[in-house]
Write a protein that binds this ligand. Sequence first.
Ligand code: CAP
Ligand code: MG
Length: 421
Amino acid sequence: MKPSEFINLKYKPKSTDLICLFRIEPNKISLKQAAANIALESSIGTWTDVPETDYVKKLGAKVFSIKGRDVKIAYPSELFEKGNAPNILSSIAGNIFGMKAVKNLRLKDIKIPKEILNSFKGPKYGISGIRKMMKVKNRPLLGTIVKPKLGLKTKEHVKVAYDAWVNGIDITKDDENLSSQSFNKFEERLARTLEKANQAEQQTGEKKAYLINVTAETKEMMKRAQLAEDLGGKYIMIDIVTAGFSALQTLREADFKLAIHAHRAMHAAFTRNEKHGISMFVLADLARLIGVDQLHIGTAIGKLQGDVELVSELNDEIERKTVKETKNRLSQNWEKIKPVLSVSSGGLHPGHIPFLIKHLGKDLVMQFGGGLHGHKNGTGAGARAVRQSLNATLEKIPLKEYAKTHSELRIALEQWGGIKF
Ligand code: CAP
Ligand code: MG
């Protein structure tokens, strides 16, 4: 097929087609030519004509809409093996990013047809399953990341987790780059931290979860997940981008009783540049499709840049909108595939809670690392400050007011919120 045969602006996509929205910046050719090259390379074609059967031709992707630099392409679902996430990406997000035909290429959005959706498991628990497991009905879940992120010995790590739990935190997680280093081996950390989670549950009457990071070579990762299940854990955490979609799928397909927390470290290598790469929406859809129960979506207020869509300048309002849209996105109606719980993390402190609830609502995990353990009076006080801030926000009492009778919150607001009492 000639490149021009991949364009049909009269084509009405079928309900079985997978649809991609790309932003294309052509390189010394017309937008139409670049779009045709993208459709060709991401489906059946190559740089020169090769003999094609009628069936091959039928599988050619079709450019069916061009608006400015935004181009929509429909892919017949027979192009993809069902239940194979890497396979889908190798077509629609593969070679095309390196083609000379484009200066920049962004996969902005994706619409996945039902028959592909139904070939994946999706989340085991999702929002309602996690709420049930944690016995938290109407409020956001509070989480912490053990800090310092690396270097704590197992004993010290366990103490930090325990201090956070008994002072009001629901979920304690590892940092993304903690696995099984010599100073804090996985097996010992898992066993000792879970013991403390049980103790904290008995002391507080609340459910406490430890999200141990199982990210490792796939077989080793599976062993670690199995151990977390055997020792009675509730959750595991995986760095979905660095581990890879196939590893994530292996983990999900094993159908452990454990909920899966997805950290997205490295996502910004492809989500951050609004002209090139892959948007957070696409990553969120893939993670949900494969079946994570909760996923980092950004904060719109903390230390890390969100995925800024289609703006050349960094703009807080747009960043906020994108984080919010990613959250909505994780709940889009996918019939029997459950919605994913959103996680906001990165640079957060107790003073941010009213903002987070206002903009992102209550179906949220809010995580505090530095903004909890860095409290002048330590982890316990930091955890209390976080819980006090949540209570104040839920009771609709301004933090400054509430802090007058809650010293941990007062200190946190002085320390990080620039508030003087
Ligand atoms: C948060 C965190 C998380 C990032 C990930 C960190 O710690 O543990 O990895 O939030 O960001 O190391 O930064 P702090 P995202 O609370 O101390 O910042 O959710 O944007 O992928
Ligand atoms: Mg981290």
